[in-house]
Design a binder for this molecule. Sequence first.
Ligand code: SF4
Length: 242
Amino acid sequence: MQLKLFHKGFNYSQDGTGNRLVYHLQGCNLSCPWCANPEGMDAEGPDTFTMTIEEMCEEIVRCKPMFFDGGGVTFTGGEATCQFIALKEILTRLKRIGISTALETNGTSSKLPELFPVLDELIMDYKHYDSKIHKKIMGLGNDVIKENLGKAFVEHPKLLVRIPLIGKVNASECDIEQFIAFFNQYHFFNARFELLCYHEYGKAKWTKCGKEYIVQDAFVPEKTRVNYENKMRMCGFNIVRT
Ligand code: SF4
């Protein structure tokens, strides 16, 4: 069984606890116009390579001494659940040999809860509360994401929910009220939340990939993020910055 990837490397604390080996799996089922990794969006990209599950396990075991400060392995993308069967297999094997596992996901896979038992950390994006707008901008509605979030709030012990703040898309005062109203339907005591400001780190790569970058004027001032963080804290949210 093989996994298709477009990048791998170590990262400290931004993709889960401690120092982690991060595998970026090729392909995504959303089409966020601000995506920082456009080379990973299509099923095949300019940097695509493959690894068998065995090769990956061997590499991970060799890297064990590097997993300090509670580190381990994180799968991200693209959208890692687009290769669900192989992803589940590698996560199961890693769990069996005691490696800390994490997944960064857009939350669109209806099978995501099947992975909860083999995931020490779950990092889920929640980009828009309105399904119609979600579909218009990213190509899919958010019904499955909401369902998965609801389950994760109840079932997953270590959940981080990330909201990328994108100007003119989801970053007005009214948007934040709507996000809070959505989360307030749940008991989210085990979850941490992080607000991320729009950036253009991936912009140059869009042209390289032959894709058009259409986002304009989407920067969100740092003071706006701080305001929203404070507002959420006052409503009982555990706000973090990774
Ligand atoms: S879900 Fe993530 S990887 Fe997929 S298009 Fe959106 S930002 Fe890019």
